[in-house]
Write a protein that binds this ligand. Structure first.
Ligand code: GLC
Length: 739
């Protein structure tokens, strides 16, 4: 509403002096939504002074940039983050503004969304979070993040979509498109190569072109091809240039090769040089602490790299008006798509529909890693006492983690969800088991829970074991959390194993009661030295407002788990390629020695058995795969091969299965992975029901990036199509020739 009134006032002010004679509207062209957007852009551009042009290129507050008040062109308001709409902060501070109407729905972390392997869930997610952003009158949502999972120690992996570029590419597009249907720009981040938090502001990534194009860029390209209106530059350097102003990544690849017509927004504090920002593709500068000024200095915004220093270059003829106008065109396009878009819906906030969406996405994303002896689902008709153990059963996870931290109107913890689901059908007892992070507040958002604990580690374990021994089933809820050094922005994890001596707790529980379920609340893989002694393991991710209810849905069988891992769980950290080849987190440079061999690509090339493989996930039912076949034995340029497989639900309850297609190049001039994900389809089957799933294999799915030629190539020869339920659970193959 704010924007509409501003627009109307500005336009009416001008109508008197420059309404087009005989026009069907008194609005000037730039304000007339019946006009083509490029015509509106050019009209606004020619009316703007140089000062007004420069003003729209940089922040005016922590999360907003100027419009053109004289023309009634509104400001641009940004908000974090990928999992929900951040609470309002003070004009020029990170501190909360302490509003009372800015609580939100906390949606599951993006690792959970990726683990659904369901593009419909991505669309539901984007629609829901876009509605909340619109309702809060935000024009740019700073998300989703699609940086590739290179190491399980990266503190921000929970905000991203896993280790595989195809999965991330497929899952990012619906999210972006649905957010933008609300007149809110998705700002896909962090472009590019932001795969660690250690030294993130300065580290220079050294990676070969094959890995850049085959692994680290595809999800960003998919988002751009999918119509993303904004991209956020990353903090790190590539080719010794900061990615917020990087000639190769921004000018050459993003804007020239990919034809990106949106805006490049800096990460907050990611801009370091005026001339580079001008010449190497930055369009909007946020969050800078410019030379000579410290954060929070008043009028710092006038001294931003793209503020007065840029104006001086222009006035001295040291910067071209053409480059300036290209930046301004992009910002105007953004404004016309968002703030000045009067046809956008009004959004909604904290609706039952959004809570239901959060719960559904969470339930579809949880991954049943192990379920021996069918410990899960817990049958309440045969259960009198449930022992719930672990700090993560009671700890709020919607707060913390860095910029994705939220002020959720509602958060159902795992214990609350389990208690609500059980009702009076069984007794639920709780024991802390361990002490992790007792912080009760994050940047002004208080959890209202007192996590203080006086017992010793030994006492806590003994009390937990005693409770376990006396129960019919034990549910341990542990994992990581959003504290620094865990799953949190700004630092990487210090170790691969579970923190806070949780392994000792799990061992004690396993000794006390064999009917033990380990639930991991986390955004990263972890070591499981106790895995042989634990019959059931469930990866429950960070699931936001409805975490507890969604967990209970899966534990008690109201939801049949169908999630699949979006990244590999190595047995030990040394099995991870970034660790094995020695550059994580690196020093001034971090060299991606592993090249394209990330995740399962590495494990399969090296024949290293993972703890749990990429694409792995069990169900409460079972599926048979039969008759993997191809419609023809060869394909030529422009042709295709259709690979089909018959899938049957051979169990006694309905369920969903993610049928996966991998392609392997039987012989290639350059080293290639054994196979790579090139297709997936999530299907629902009732008991006994069968479905034929067909994938159309085309030439682009056979290509690799030949960095000696600087282009994608598909070599003639034989390829193998692998169909299966996981990267390590292939149910059939078929060879075909590309002639
Ligand atoms: C942070 C993050 C980025 C976030 C921005 C604004 O440092 O890197 O993801 O959107 O700053 O909070």
């Amino acid at each position: 509403m704010r924007n509409t009134l501003l627009l109307l006032c500005g336009a009416l002010m001008l109508a008197g002096c420059c309404g087009r004679p005989g026009s069907d509207s008194d609005l000037p062209v730039y304000a007339d939504e019946s006009q083509p957007i490029e015509k509106r852009v050019e009209d606004a551009l020619k009316r703007m002074t140089v000062e007004e042009k420069v003003a729209v290129l940089h922040a005016q507050s922590k999360f907003s940039s100027a419009g053109v008040p004289r023309l009634g062109i509104p400001e641009v308001w940004c908000t974090d983050g990928p999992h929900g709409i951040r609470p309002e902060v003070k004009w020029d501070e990170w501190d909360q503004a302490e509003w009372t109407n800015d609580s939100c729905t906390a949606f599951p972390a993006l690792t959970c969304l990726a683990a659904t392997w369901n593009t419909e869930m991505s669309a539901l997610y984007g629609r829901s979070i876009g509605e909340e952003a619109r309702y809060r009158e935000k024009d740019v949502l700073l998300g989703p993040g699609v940086n590739i999972y290179r190491s399980p120690l990266n503190g921000r992996n929970f905000e991203y979509m896993g280790e595989d570029p195809f999965l991330a590419s497929e899952m990012v597009v619906p999210y972006v498109r649905e957010v933008q249907k609300n007149g809110v720009a998705a700002c896909v981040k962090h472009y590019a190569l932001n795969n660690q938090e250690t030294n993130r502001l300065r580290v220079n990534v050294v990676v070969d072109d094959r890995a850049l194009h085959e692994i680290y860029l595809p999800a960003f390209k998919a988002a751009v091809d999918g119509g993303a209106w904004a991209i956020m530059g990353s903090y790190n350097k590539y080719r010794n240039q900061h990615c917020c102003h990087n000639r190769y990544l921004l000018n050459d690849i993003l804007k020239r090769d990919w034809g990106f017509d949106g805006v490049v927004i800096s990460d907050w504090g990611g801009t370091h040089d005026t001339r580079q920002a001008v010449e190497y593709g930055l369009d909007m500068e946020y969050g800078s602490w410019t030379d000579g000024l410290r954060s929070g200095t008043s009028n710092a915004y006038d001294n931003y790299y793209l503020a007065h220093p840029y104006l001086e270059l222009l006035r001295n003829g040291e910067a071209s008006m053409e480059v300036l106008d290209d930046k301004v065109r992009r910002v105007l396009r953004l404004i016309f798509r968002t703030a000045m878009n009067t046809r956008k819906p009004f959004g909604s906030l904290n609706s039952p529909e959004h809570l239901a969406a959060a719960r559904r996405i969470a339930g579809e994303g949880m991954v049943l890693l192990k379920n021996d002896d069918a410990v899960l689902p817990v049958d309440l008709a045969k259960t009198e006492k449930i022992a719930v153990i672990g700090e993560n059963a009671i700890k709020m996870m919607t707060v913390g983690g860095g910029s994705s931290s939220l002020k959720a109107l509602h958060e159902c913890t795992p214990l609350e969800g389990i208690v609500a689901a059980v009702g009076d059908r069984a007794e639920v007892v709780y024991e802390r088991g361990y002490v992790g992070d007792v912080t009760g507040a994050y940047n002004g958002v208080t959890t209202g829970r007192d996590l203080s604990e006086s017992r010793t580690e030994e006492r806590l374990i003994a009390d937990a074991a005693a409770a376990a021994a006396d129960a019919d089933v034990v549910i341990f809820v542990g994992g990581l959390n959003k504290s620094e050094g865990q799953d949190c922005e700004g630092a990487d994890r210090r170790a691969y194993g579970l923190p806070y001596a949780q392994d000792r707790v799990v061992e004690a529980l396993a000794a006390a009661n064999p009917r033990l379920v380990v639930v991991l609340v986390s955004g990263n893989a972890v070591a499981m030295p106790w895995i042989e002694r634990v019959p059931a393991v469930l990866e429950a991710w960070f699931c936001g407002s409805e975490a507890g209810n969604a967990l209970a849905d899966v534990i008690f069988g109201d939801v049949n788990p169908s999630g699949k891992l979006p990244f590999t769980f190595p047995v030990r950290l040394e099995d991870n390629s970034a660790t094995a080849l020695g550059e994580f987190p690196g020093g001034k440079d971090v060299v991606y020695n592993e090249g394209i061999f990330v995740g399962y690509r590495w494990h399969e090339q090296q024949q290293i058995e993972p703890l749990f493989a990429f694409g792995h996930g069990l169900s409460y039912t079972t599926f048979a795969y039969d008759n993997v076949r191809a419609n023809r034995g060869s394909m030529s340029d422009g042709g295709s091969v259709r690979v089909s497989v018959d899938v049957t639900n051979t169990g006694d309850r309905a369920g969903q299965e993610v049928v996966q297609l991998y392609i392997g190049d039987d012989a290639s001039s350059l080293p290639r992975p054994v196979k790579e994900l090139k297709g997936f389809e999530k299907i629902s089957l009732n008991p006994g029901e069968s479905r034929t799933v067909t994938f159309t294999v085309t030439e682009d799915m056979l290509r690799y990036y030949d960095d000696s030629k600087g282009r994608w190539v598909a070599e003639k020869g034989f390829f193998t199509a692998y169909a299966g339920a996981a990267s390590d659970d292939i149910r059939g193959t078929v060879r075909f020739e590309y002639r």
